[in-house]
Design a protein. Sequence first.
Length: 324
Amino acid sequence: MCTAIAMKNGDFYFGRTLDLDAAFGERVVITPRNFGFWFRMEPPQRHHYAMLGMATVIDGYPLYAEAVNECGLCAAGLNFPGNAYYSEAAEEGNLNLAPYELIPYLLGTCANLSEAKSVLQDLNLMELPFRKDIPLTPLHWLIADQSGAVVVESTACGVRIYDDPAGVLTNNPPFGFHLQNLSHFGNLTAKPAKSEFLDESGAETFGLGLGCHGLPGDYSSTSRFVRAAWLLKHTVRETGEGRCVAQFFHLLSAVSPVKGSVLTKSGKCHYTLYSCCANASRGVFYFRTCENPEIYAVDLHSHDTDGNELTEIPLPRETEFRFL
């Protein structure tokens, strides 16, 4: 379970919830321009755009869950079980990548969504795990910048690239279903509810919020997609960085399962490990964790973006109180 959102509000904001039943060694990782990326089937990138996001670092390699590059292009991988399909063979003339290589390759070589879409036309995602003891994760991706967003899915039918007018991605089923499913909720409104039935019966509405009666409230992928898309469309576009970021985290909170409300088949809690929001226009990455709701920030441009070594920043896990 995860939800990713792309929002333009003066600056461009991109973020997601990462929902799992256990931590995976995640930390904020800055990859400078001269850190070498080595790909299984493609030539290495010895020089590339700098990027910043949440990753686990294994054998010196950043496995990004999501990231933003110095140009403002963003990408996030979300779980896509039962639908993701990876090719067993390389395809001559195409871009042959392992799934974990897609984010660093795109953000390293592409300055904007237009360039990324051009690269993605020849994409072949291969069944190549990072290591034998680390199985491949079935994923699909939200790629976005201030001009728009696309969803990338590799299924048994091939690689599909969908324009994403909603600016939202959750999990399976495939993206086409999610877009079509939105048509079931065209009656929802943020305005006070009106009903001919109530007029005829003499009954009066009580309270506010009945205009969005029927907005799904569960944590299934389809419900989170509808809820996130509806709230993103109706959210107030605040002014000022603090208000914009706070509003973005409110959106993410609306699709974040409370710990204990979703259990796996083995009885483990499936919950939001962290939420993040990148101001892609400024290169600032904000995040908070389940244990610590304080919002922290890392500025890409305050670090050495011309270096050749990763910068790893552990996540503050303990709850902090600010006494006044």
